[in-house]
Design a protein around this ligand. Structure first.
Ligand code: CA
Length: 272
């Protein structure tokens, strides 16, 4: 094999075509040494290629290092930005928490003040109502007519039956309720003198609104003493279900049934 390779592998024109059998052994050896085996040359070539690739590979870190540095720098920069943004968010959240807490405190204090104000207004309202009632009682007994433990007072404003009841209650009283002849006579005498020489009907606290023909005082007690007008031309009551509230003539004290929505003067009574 060696012998044949020498011939084929030689580039010497003198050797090509020569009969190798005539070559001296030393010369063959020399040529053999001069001519390298193909596999060895290939091996060397590979080594050479490997060696030649080493520098090439060795250059890559030197060319990619800046890119990596830039990437790391960029990532670090972004992380720093994110960290800064989170810090700002935390600060904003803390500020919001503080302001929310302050707002809740203010609302709480405001609600407390509103509650105190409402309580004060309730107290003032109650005092005002008590004062009006006290004024009504004093006024009723000073300006009106006292009889026993009650005082009658005429009010010269036109009201329906129900509105008249409200006006009396606002002043701490109730609509006049003559419960017996003695109270009826005292009330008649008072209104006659009050309106003299005129004659005006005034509401009393009596009606049969709940049940026709069943007359009750404003406080719900049943009427047992009546002072209906008795006259051959106009006996009362004569209104049936159309007239359920009782008014009194100021001159003679007679009772008349009337439409409850009619507006007329009224008489209140107050306890002493
Ligand atoms: Ca009636």
């Amino acid at each position: 094999m060696k012998h044949r390779r020498i011939i084929l592998g030689s580039s010497d024109p003198e050797i090509q075509g020569e009969d190798t059998e005539h070559l001296e052994t030393a010369e063959v050896v020399e040529r053999y040494e001069r001519e390298e085996p193909e596999d060895k040359r290939l091996s060397r070539t590979e080594e050479t290629e490997e060696n030649s690739t080493v520098p090439t590979q060795g250059l890559e870190p030197t060319t990619s290092a800046p890119v990596l540095d830039d990437t790391y720098t960029y990532i670090l920069s972004r992380l720093a930005d994110v960290d800064a943004a989170m810090h700002r968010l935390n600060v904003a959240q803390y500020t919001l928490d503080v302001k929310t807490s302050q707002l809740i405190d203010r609302v709480s204090r405001l609600a407390s003040k509103v509650s105190e104000t409402e309580e004060a207004m309730d107290i003032i309202s109650r005092i005002n109502q008590e004062n009006r009632k006290e004024i009504g009682r004093l006024e009723g007994c000073m300006k009106g007519r006292q009889l026993g433990h009650k005082c009658f007072l005429v009010f010269r404003s036109y009201e329906t039956f129900s509105e008249a009841g409200k006006r009396c209650k606002e002043r701490g009283g109730r609509m006049a309720m003559p419960r017996d002849r003695k109270e009826q006579e005292a009330l008649g005498e008072y209104t006659r003198g009050f309106f003299h020489p005129g004659n005006w009907p005034v509401w009393l606290g009596i009606s049969d609104q709940r049940s026709e023909g069943l007359y009750l005082f404003e406080d719900g007690l049943r009427v047992t003493f009546f002072f209906w007008r008795k006259h051959f031309l106009s006996s009362q009551p004569d209104g049936g279900k159309r007239e359920n509230c009782v008014a009194m003539s100021s001159d003679d004290g007679d009772w008349w049934d009337n439409d409850c929505e009619r507006r007329m003067y009224f008489v209140c009574e107050f306890d002493i």
